[in-house]
Design a protein around this ligand. Sequence first.
Ligand code: SGN
Ligand code: CA
Length: 724
Amino acid sequence: MKRLITALLALTLPASASERPNILFIFTDDHARQAISAYGGRFTKIAPTPNIDRLANEGMIFRNSFCGNSICGPSRASILTGKHSHRNGFIDNDSGRFDGGQQTFPKLLQKAGYETALIGKWHLVSEPTGFDHWEILPGQGSYVNPDFIQMNGSRKRFEGYVTDIVTDKTLDWLKNRKDKKKPFVLMTQHKAPHRSWVPAPRHYKLFDGIEMPEPETLFDDYSNRIDALKKQEMTIARHFFWGWDMFLHGEPTDKRFMGGLANEEYKRMNDAQKAEFDAAYGPENEKLIAALPTMKDDDLTRWKYQRYIKNYLRTIRAVDENIGRTLDYLEESGLAENTIVIYSSDQGFYLGEHGWYDKRWMLEESLFMPFVIRWPNVIEPGSVPAAMIQNIDYAPTFLEMAGAPIPADMQGESILPILKNNGITPDNWRDAVFYQYSGENTHAVARHDGVRDSRHKLMRFPDTDEWMLFDLEKDPQEMKNLFADPAYADVLGKMKTLYADLKKQYTVNDSTFPMHRNKEGWWKERWAAKNKQTSQAKDVKVVFLGDSITQAWETAGKAAWEKHFAPLGALNWGYSGDRTEHLIWRLQNGNIQRVSPQAAVILIGTNNTGQSKRPAAETLTGIHQTLDDLAWKWPDAQVVLMSVFPRAEKADHPLRKLNDEINEELKTLADGKRIHLLDINAEFMDAEGTLNKELLPDLLHLSPPAYDIWAEALAPKLREIGVR
Ligand code: SGN
Ligand code: CA
């Protein structure tokens, strides 16, 4: 019946609503579901979020909404691209630099006739692409008197509180946008409630005198789980800075605080602002300092928890107020009817659960992303879907909302069928989500990945070869690892299969997961030198991509290179020892798109074989991914894909056979239009397949005469495909 009503509604929509809808995406940083009253939870009564709740009541609230990598830049990159981290290249905040040359939903919506804008936190290092207008916070941004980077690259400082200012700018853009006939997509991205949780002055004293409820696991001892949980550095008890997090001045008077990081936000304040801040926090600070010498550890942890949570919730109060202001404006301006409003945040957060702040873990609190959506006349108000959705779904969803096609390489699914059908889960919907966290220095959380279905969660820690299995129904707080529990053998088997299936579906394996080698000095140096060379290069007609065999055009192959390829302005992007995952990382994080060659020559894969005997099919997914990346970077460039050169003396050697297998598969990638296969392997061996040691002296690398052979075959090939 409900379905029928929705269908009828769709037929009788007012003209304005049947136009393509606007999309307003309001996004915060680190907003945990436990701190949104519409989701319930322990702060619902004390610190409600009435305006987010209003959106939920008038729209839909997703209770099973997850990220794919619980950290800022990666979540944002997944949202923009509809792809998991290994596919969009932004795997962590430490090394990430968003490859703005790739496909993103704002670019596709622009093409479809939308006006696109982004205001607030961006945090993807490179400049935003695909937006008609943007104004962003530098890096993490500041709460107090924030700076904004302008589209011309300059910085401007604005006096006031960041959440208010981001909203002012949002409303200004809505009021003054250039082409009001176009539908728009506007991403309003707040800094709050990110660390270091500085409230708006009007909220300094909000919650004073109130005792915030503690989570049951505030004093978790991490027993019954793997040691990685003990090794993190994100506890309330031990990892808060005296100045930065706790708002105390000077250096710590107690060694249970970390020192050395002053309150940088305080330094940004003018004298009047400082006075107001000190008046608000000073008295409590003095009380604490007086009590510290005799204070018990647990009591101090409780004090830290209270200070942390109150400030966190205060910053959310400003977010919620500003959402109210924005919704009011939509109402007044007549935009509300045809504007889809979404509220979400880049990942979840620990509000003292497991004794923590921060995120990163695939455990529930940080895996979760709030997702509330209002779409008048389409979404049945108050519906609560059960479907598992993920941040990779946003891009395809936005495209479908706009009536634009969804590219086949996006890994997410549009949630439109759920929105349009009262939140009912479609038959073929996913029953599990995949997760991958690549590890960062900050907070020392070990690298892991895993899978979660509606009842269980399996996590794998590759560096220590450990696993955790949780039964979320019996143990929602995830306090007991059931991995070795015989009673769960069947569940484990099922989850492992699911894990393998999802990895296959998303083509994530060691050969596709981008990796740098920055820990190796020479590699890092070469990386810097090559980027520099690339940024200065002119008239580059060919780029060579590969491993040591490509790198050695600089040594053993130098003469042939000078003769055949130097005149083409060729660049050598070969790195000794690289496997496909390293090449993928380099393409995604370097500046190679500064040049636009006519052709790329790729030879990669033999180290996937030699160093870890990877299955040929996996190596192939890595090569495939490289080719996809290049299609975005250089849509007009031709690719000469070299068959992986033979290795080992005899044809029946297992490593030789692996390379042969890869080469068989490579044939399926060549289309003769963009991708051309060049196989010169026969030149290096006799009729029995025995390698010629004059040409491959170490049975892997080429001698100068072998480079001549390669050059003599490649140069005409390049001419044939139009390089000149
Ligand atoms: C900063 C914070 C960390 C936080 C990261 C990532 N430290 O480094 O606590 O985990 O950002 O956050 S701070 O001392 O600078 O506040 S994210 O939201 O950008 O992923
Ligand atoms: Ca974040």
